[in-house]
Design a protein around this ligand. Structure first.
Ligand code: SF4
Ligand code: SF4
Length: 97
């Protein structure tokens, strides 16, 4: 049976949040508006407000990669370099916890 769509939800998980994702970033990757709808060509922007810098986040990725250490990885049954990427923005989000 083809079911009709109920349409988009009005729920906005960020509405009453204290922006802990933004505040937890060690590289201040959300510090400034970098994209506007007119420049970006759409209303859905990186970081929602157009304030996500992939370049700043990549700086942290490079640091995380340099800090990678050999560890036993059970899934592969061998010791290999394990990189623990930052993800502070994601892990500090209270939604879904
Ligand atoms: S921490 Fe989660 S809920 Fe809060 S602003 Fe960031 S993405 Fe939205
Ligand atoms: S992964 Fe880390 S460095 Fe990248 S945006 Fe999130 S908190 Fe910032």
């Amino acid at each position: 049976m083809v079911l009709p769509s109920t349409g988009p939800l009005q729920f906005d998980p960020c509405e009453n949040c204290d922006d802990r994702c933004i505040r937890s970033c060690p590289q201040q990757a959300f510090a400034e508006i970098l994209y506007t709808p007119a420049e970006y060509g759409r209303n859905e922007l990186p970081g929602r407000k157009g304030n996500y810098s992939r370049i700043a986040c990549n700086v942290q990725m490079g640091i995380d990669e340099a800090l990678g250490q050999p560890e036993m990885v059970a899934d592969y049954e061998r010791v290999m370099k394990v990189i623990k990427y930052c993800r502070q923005c994601e892990c500090n989000c209270p939604v879904g916890k």
